[in-house]
Design a protein around this ligand. Sequence first.
Ligand code: ADP
Ligand code: MG
Length: 272
Amino acid sequence: MLQIAIVNMKGGVGKTTTAIHLAAGLARQGSRVLLVDADPQGNVGHALGVRRERTIGDLMLGDASLDDVVARGVRERLDVIPSTPAAFALESHLAGAPQRETILSRRLKAIRGYDAVIIDTSPAMNLLTYNALLFASDLIIPVSMDGMAILGARQTLAGIHQIRELWPDRRLDLLAVLPTSVNVSTNATRAAFEALAEDVEMGDRLYHRGIRQCIDVTYAITQRQTIWEYAPRSRAAEDYDAFVQFVEGGVADVPAGRTGRDATIEKGQAIV
Ligand SMILES: Nc1ncnc2c1ncn2[C@@H]1O[C@H](COP(=O)(O)OP(=O)(O)O)[C@@H](O)[C@H]1O
Ligand SMILES: [Mg+2]
């Protein structure tokens, strides 16, 4: 089972958009997927039109069972555990609770029948984020290419190093650094690509193809639709399709000859 957390300590970089489209995209390809919202802002539920009274907060507090919190059939093969701002209070409610960083992991142990669990997180190293990272085996760091991109990504990696230090037995791999809102005609995008490519840790995990800037992504969310429902012929639909296939392991990064997002990687390996 794929267990992937989407993280970046910076807000507005495309975490929620990526979590939704990776989850919905894998489901479209035939996988059974659980999408977990570990951000108290609760954007996932909003974006997909999920109505559920019990949320991740209740699950974490032990006030609700998995059955109570999983919204089933949000899309074909896609279930969701939503979140609400009530989850902001988890930190104080769970202060002093033993092993509180692994509550989510323990609660999700009982899940059956999924090929992938995708977790959206908030832009802070809070209790829910720790819980998400201690459940996940793989990470995707979306990086918005409109400037300052690399700073948030580096902060995120610092947090991940801390987790690896504190829980050395847990596997937690960086699956991809995913450029979002890519606009190759801007200097900001080009500079961000260069900086990421040169980074010791992120360079060989950089998914060069990225997700192009596409306003339909924003319109789709406001319509509570995925990009494939709202604008199936859009650039973002094409790019998220390719990224989903990359995560599934079937497809290399960039078709040869593509410019701007130039080099080619396959599962993080550079092929020149
Ligand atoms: N490829 C893209 N093109 C244009 N806008 C995008 C793209 N990806 C995300 N956005 C927009 O950027 C904003 C932040 O995205 P979001 O996924 O909510 O970020 P985060 O979860 O990291 O805060 C949203 O308004 C979203 O619609
Ligand atoms: Mg978000």
